[in-house]
Design a protein around this ligand. Structure first.
Ligand code: SF4
Length: 452
């Protein structure tokens, strides 16, 4: 399918081919689904929100609810204030959420709609809330849209007068519900009283109960979003997704924070566990989980050692996977994200330098066409990333592991963790399985051993 991709790399500044990101509202919508009884709302045309909902639904295999301001020509010329007012009234009347989280789109941002003013002047029922975030898609990516929406909730709701206590907060970053459950497992084992925000567990992995629930049990309660202002400390996971919301909370409510990489792999999970333990003891069963991961890493080392790989996807995920690949003795050759921002490049190059790897190409604001050209010129043993890598994998006949967002052509990924020691074990299984399946495919019959 991509057999005609040329080998010669050309310097492109304005054009992206086969992008490695999607638009800001997709992330904003996902963040809003992590608040209990929240209706995400797209302030733009119906076409935008159809795309955003479909994208999330295809990854999570769950309905992603959202409403729209339904812009037509009139709103595009005269502004979307009237549309938003009508939409908010209809949504509260018909769908009865507790809160509407409005994100903007390219169109409403280009018109210059002032969402702050619209919401201030709006007739909102006493027991209901409307918040917003600006998410134009000609800048950033779905990851920045996620961060903007999380920060938007904090700007509107976090209460600086909330009673100060010993509770901590964890911002999980742009991850699956399976990851959030794994983080909750670690926090619960350490006996921590915490607020997880946002929390898509129970919303984007809601159990089948035989009846459709528009607002399932999951999501961070609104009172907990308010109570963020009284937390003792925030652990913000993933620089791209969680640093800005943590800064906004600090500025508004003076809640100190520690920004950590996504806890993918041994060192990053250690950093999370030790930071949260704050000098206290780490339970023995968590140490055992770590020990089992190390045992597994030793077992698979002969198959993964020095294997060359290319990793693409969201910046926090890709940085975490790169660090873990290095811990496994693998050799990252190409590491790219579509999300703009040189901070990702510097952080990832620092990780690589820590392992003495100086021949890995790291790029932000890149695309899959460029990645394809890179691996055409310098073949790798393994490709790791979203479903959009499968055409490259097929064209170049490279083993392929789906990790990250979006995964549109497989099932169960959103239930499975990538973070924590147990998440790392799953990554090892996927990486080693792909390499060993390839060996089995290509080896001579007499080498097809059934026992390692
Ligand atoms: S117009 Fe902008 S906001 Fe709408 S789908 Fe396209 S990129 Fe996303």
């Amino acid at each position: 399918m991509l057999d005609l991709t040329p080998k010669t790399l050309a310097d492109r500044k304005a054009l992206r081919i086969n992008p490695c990101k999607t638009c800001q509202p997709v992330g904003a919508l996902y963040a809003a689904l992590g608040v209990h009884r929240c209706m995400p709302h797209s302030h733009g045309s119906q076409g935008c929100v159809s795309y955003h909902r479909t994208f999330l639904t295809r990854h999570f295999k769950e309905p992603a609810i959202a409403a729209s301001s339904s812009f037509t020509e009139g709103a595009s010329v005269f502004g979307g204030g009237a549309n938003l007012r009508a939409a908010v009234k209809n949504i509260f009347d018909v769908y009865d959420p507790d809160i509407i989280a409005v994100h903007t789109t390219c169109l409403s941002e280009t018109i210059g709609d002032d969402l702050n003013a619209y919401i201030l002047e709006m007739d909102i029922p006493d027991d209901k809330l409307v918040v917003h975030a600006n998410t134009p898609s000609y800048v950033g990516s779905h990851v920045t849209g996620y961060a903007n929406m999380v920060a938007g909730f904090i700007r509107y709701l976090a209460d600086p007068r909330a009673p100060k206590g010993d509770r901590i907060a964890v911002f999980p970053g742009f991850v699956n519900p399976g990851d959030i459950r794994e983080l909750k497992h670690l926090l619960a084992r350490m006996g921590k009283d915490f607020i997880m925000f946002p929390d898509q567990c129970g919303v984007m992995d809601a159990p089948m109960k035989g009846v459709y629930e528009m607002y399932p049990d999951g999501g961070t309660p609104i009172d907990d979003v308010r109570a963020l202002g009284g937390c003792r400390h925030v652990y913000a996971l993933g620089h791209a997704a969680s640093e800005e919301p943590a800064d906004v909370l600090d500025k508004k409510c003076r809640v100190p924070n520690t920004v950590l990489p996504l806890p993918v792999g041994v060192a990053a999970t250690d950093a999370f566990v030790m930071a949260v333990a704050a000098g206290g003891a780490v339970p023995e069963d968590i140490e055992d989980e770590r020990g089992r991961l190390l045992d597994l890493m030793l077992d698979v080392n002969p198959h993964l050692h020095e294997r060359k790989l290319a990793i693409f996807g969201d910046p926090d995920t890709v940085a975490g996977l790169t660090a873990f690949a290095l811990e496994l003795g693998m050799h990252p050759k190409f590491v790219i994200t579509g999300t703009p921002g040189e901070a990702f490049v510097h952080r990832t190059e620092d990780i690589l330098a820590g392992y003495g790897v100086g021949d890995c190409t790291v790029k932000a604001a890149s695309d899959l066409f460029e990645l394809h050209q890179m691996v055409k010129n310098h073949p790798v043993d393994l490709l790791v990333g979203s479903s959009y890598g499968k055409q490259i994998a097929k064209a170049e006949d490279i083993p392929f592991v789906r990790l990250g967002f979006p995964i549109l052509d497989r099932y169960a990924h959103s239930y499975m963790p990538m973070v924590g020691y147990r998440g790392a074990m799953r990554i090892v299984e996927l990486l080693a399985g792909a390499i060993m399946d390839r060996y089995d495919r290509d080896c001579a019959d007499e080498d097809l051993e059934a026992v390692m």
